[in-house]
Design a protein around this ligand. Sequence first.
Ligand code: UDP
Length: 336
Amino acid sequence: MRVLVTGGAGFIGSHLVDQLVGRGDDVCVLDNLSTGRIDNIRHHLGRPRFALVNETILNADVVNRLVEASDIVFHLAAAVGVPYIMEDPLGAISTNVEGTEIVLRAAFRFWRKIVLASSSEVYGKSTKAPLAEDDDRVLGPTTVTRWSYSSSKAIDEHFAYAYAARGLPVVILRFFNVYGPRIHENGYGTVVARFIQQALNGRPLTVHGDGRQTRCFCYVEDTVAGILLAAQTPEAEGHVFNIGSAVEISIHDLARLIKRLTGSSSEIEFVPYRDYYGLHFEDTPRRVPDLRKARRVLGYEPRVPLEQGLERTIEWCRRHNFLLPPSRRAVQVTGS
Ligand code: UDP
């Protein structure tokens, strides 16, 4: 197989690339190394069946050329993570909407199967648990920047359905809170990175709000297993699937767990949302995936327990010298 992975130098993408290269595929990575990193794929550089194209997905000519030369496309390139979206709303919308449109259009033009990465953020602040793929989305007003990410991913999904209606083989995956080795120390995409880094540096673990909000964290290996299953299951085409773990934990408990697993003497500090994100921020209180559809159609089953996954992640963070990033500024929210 000739495989194109957009965002292949990123956290999830690079783990997918490892699997694809390992099974003998010809892999081309398209990544502009914004949050992706050369270190994530350095071990593949120079191999005859691997190529890296350092370019943005907004470059339609390059995207067209690479899609045409592939049998299948995994589209993972995106502006990800709430902090990233808050810092550069315009860039995030442009990458996530225009970029995906370019990639989908190319897949349609050259009739290539495409697996599209979406996000549990699509559900917004819905408190329904568990969340099934056809459940309602619940969003705050457009003056709250956070929801632009949810909306951009939802537009991507609508685009994908529209192309699917015209026959394009496309599968959409909604990832739920992924963590594992190669998480970004700036915490882009996951609180797990922030807490591990704070714990390893003896800094307070900053729990937002009262810490009773919950998430279900999925070890990256399990996420990648879901991606590969989606690609190889013809019945999945034209459908959307939740990919994650259904084990729920509060953010306060996560902080306690990471403190224990790192052996850190750090305090746990409760920080008001407004100190971090500005005045008009809204969080999602609860987010649990309903995995029945993924189980039934894909045969998907997450396998790595949270504690084991965290241990592996912490070990990786220790080996990769998780130094403190520059101090974060509170991000001003449009309308505040
Ligand atoms: N969070 C936190 N401290 C941090 C960073 C995040 O308490 O330093 C909280 C955040 O407010 C949210 C949860 O952890 O309630 C998960 O945040 P993350 O950015 O990992 O994912 P998402 O909100 O997209 O689920």
